[in-house]
Design a protein around this ligand. Structure first.
Ligand code: ABF
Length: 254
C-alpha cells in the first residue's frame, strides 16, 4: 500500500509540475510575441503588471541590448516600476510621455468580444490610465484566460477600486442594481483591507449571469457611482490579445 501511495503521489506531483511548466511556457510565448510585434525603436510603451508581464520585460530587455533600442517604459504599478528598474530599462511617466506607442499587459479573463477582467492583482486604475494613452493596447495571457463569457473561467469577480469611506454605499448600490455580491478585498490573514497603489480599497463584485453585450453599459454606470475610482472591466480597449498555449500563440484582434 505504501509504495502504491508513493507512486500516486509522484504521478500527481509530476503532472502538476508539467501543467505549471506548460502554463509558464504559454505566458512566455505570448509575451515574447507581443514584444516582438509591438515595440519599435524610439518609442514609449506602457508596461503592465502581474506574472505574464515579467516575461515581456525580460524579452524587452534582451531586444534593447541586442538591437540597441531606445525605449521608454511607463509603469502601471509599483511592481511594474520595480520590474523596469531591475531589468535596467528606461523608466518614464505620463507627464513626459502622454502618448504611448503601445501598452502591453496581462488580464484575468478575456471574453469573445475582448472584454476584459483585470485587477486581480489590484493594479487596475493605473493599468487603465496607461492603456487609455495608446491605440495599441495589447493583452498577453495563457490559454486558461480565454473565455466565451466573463465569469466562465475567472471566479474571483470584477475588481472595483473605491475610495475607502465609500466602500459600503458603493457595495450596496452595486448589489441592489445588478445583484450578486461585492466583497471588500482583505489582506492575507484578514489583517485589514487591501490598499491599492493609490490608497484605495477594492470591492470584488461576484456578478450574476450577464450577457457580454451589456458590459460596456454596466461599466459606464459603475463608473458613475460616487466613490468608484475605476473598475477592472476593460471594454473596447484591447486591440490585440495573444493567448499562449504550449509552443503556440493564437491571436485575437478587435
Ligand atoms: C494584471 O495582472 C492585472 O490586471 C491582472 O489582474 C493580472 C494578470 O496577471 P497574470 O499575468 O499573473 O495572470 O495585469
Amino acid at each position: 500500500i505504501r509504495s502504491f501511495v508513493r507512486i500516486v503521489r509522484s504521478l500527481h506531483s509530476s503532472s502538476g509540475k508539467l501543467r505549471m511548466d506548460s502554463l509558464e511556457n504559454a505566458k512566455k510565448n505570448a509575451a515574447y510575441k507581443a514584444v516582438d510585434e509591438y515595440v519599435q525603436n524610439n518609442c514609449a510603451i506602457g508596461i503592465g503588471s502581474g506574472s505574464t508581464i515579467v516575461y515581456a520585460v525580460q524579452r524587452l530587455a534582451e531586444r534593447v541590448i541586442q538591437e540597441e533600442l531606445n525605449v521608454i517604459c511607463v509603469p502601471t504599478s509599483f511592481q511594474s516600476r520595480q520590474l523596469i528598474l531591475d531589468n535596467h530599462l528606461t523608466l518614464g511617466n505620463l507627464e513626459t510621455h502622454p502618448h504611448l506607442y503601445s501598452a502591453i499587459d496581462g488580464a484575468d479573463e478575456v471574453d469573445k468580444d475582448l472584454n476584459l477582467i483585470k485587477g486581480g492583482g489590484g493594479c487596475l486604475l493605473q493599468e487603465k490610465v496607461v492603456a487609455s494613452c495608446t491605440n495599441r493596447f495589447v493583452i498577453i495571457a495563457d490559454y486558461t484566460k480565454n473565455s466565451v463569457k466573463l465569469g466562465d473561467k475567472y471566479k474571483k469577480g470584477i475588481p472595483i477600486e473605491v475610495v475607502p469611506m465609500a466602500y459600503m454605499p458603493v457595495k450596496l448600490k452595486i448589489e441592489d442594481n445588478y445583484g450578486g455580491t461585492a466583497k471588500i478585498r482583505m489582506a492575507v490573514a484578514k489583517a485589514g483591507p487591501v490598499i491599492t497603489d493609490n490608497g484605495n480599497f477594492i470591492l470584488d463584485w461576484h456578478f450574476p449571469d450577464i450577457d457580454s453585450n451589456s458590459w460596456r453599459k454596466i461599466n459606464m454606470e459603475l463608473s458613475l457611482i460616487p466613490g468608484v475610482v475605476e473598475t477592472g472591466l476593460f471594454t473596447d480597449m484591447a486591440e490585440t490579445v495573444f493567448f499562449g498555449c504550449g509552443r503556440f500563440v493564437s491571436e485575437e484582434r478587435r
